[in-house]
Design a protein around this ligand. Structure first.
Ligand code: FES
Length: 272
């Protein structure tokens, strides 16, 4: 029978009243492939981004600044001419300045409805897949500490907006050359444009954004502008998983690009 949040859940799918099926599951396809691939993809990003965030080096190659380090808010930032380099945190900040700012996009993604599904399945097997019973004996969902904190997602959405705005500013600055003259474009500019497009698409496809834009209304007919916005966000929202992955890949690639240019592996090819 369908359960509600108030029913006792001790025993999970083995609880009294649930269908008595002895087999762990009845699926015959390779259901484990999706959670395994998800776990591998997320793990790869976590390892790469952690290493880069703590590396504290090679994150600026004029005119590009790595999205992991922008805005740079400590005194120990690399000098970035006319870049988003505001020394709000003084000289006492000793470790990588990326840590200050990464908390916001990290919190946004960690509490994202899609990523929650992804890592609950991929890392906790809770549940591993549709119609596959989870191994845990108890299920409390997100009703208790610490998972009840996932509700802060909407606030991380608000924090994600200025971060996306700053990355947009960085992308505008990428239309300069290495001497900071305007009206130029290199391969890095293209990488940044693709990245910021995906970042915005992912941010605006957020379920919280959809609710903020179109929720709590009784009559769409009386709010035609919000209705239009809600339709737009809804179309993006239908692709939220795709945008979550593509923007995750693009932000890592943008950082990788800056790192390779800054460390002298190759020079940024200039188009004009
Ligand atoms: Fe995924 Fe908000 S639900 S970013």
């Amino acid at each position: 029978p369908p359960t509600t949040a108030r029913q006792p859940r001790a025993g999970g799918v083995r609880a009294a009243g649930r269908a008595a099926i002895a087999a762990p599951h009845l699926r015959t396809d390779r259901w484990w492939l999706a959670p395994a691939a998800t776990a591998a993809g997320l793990l790869a990003f976590v390892v790469y981004s952690t290493w880069r965030a703590f590396a504290n080096t090679d994150y600026y190659a004029a005119p590009y600044v790595s999205p992991f380090y922008s805005p740079c808010l400590a005194e120990n930032c690399a000098p970035m001419k006319a870049g988003p380099n505001w020394e709000i945190f003084g000289g006492w900040w000793g470790i990588s300045p990326a840590i200050i700012i990464l908390i916001f996009p990290l919190g946004f993604r960690l509490t994202c409805y899609y990523y929650r599904k992804a890592y609950y399945r991929g890392f906790w097997a809770s549940p591993p897949a549709c119609a596959v019973a989870e191994p845990h004996r108890k299920y409390t969902g997100e009703t208790r500490f610490p998972l009840i904190l996932q509700n802060v997602h909407r606030y991380f959405f608000y924090a994600a907006l200025p971060v996306a705005g700053i990355l947009t500013y960085d992308t505008v600055l990428a239309f300069r050359d290495e001497h900071y003259d305007w009206g130029h474009m290199g391969l890095g500019t293209l990488v940044f444009v693709v990245n910021i497009t995906l970042i915005w698409a992912y941010t605006l496809s957020c379920h919280s954004c959809r609710h903020i834009v179109g929720g709590r209304l009784k009559h769409f007919s009386r709010h035609p502008v919000r209705y239009r916005m809600w339709q737009f966000v809804g179309r993006l929202n239908a692709r939220h998983m795709l945008l979550a992955w593509t923007s995750l890949a693009s932000v890592a690639l943008a950082d990788l690009y800056v790192w390779l240019v800054a460390s002298g592996v190759f020079e940024d090819p200039r188009f004009f």
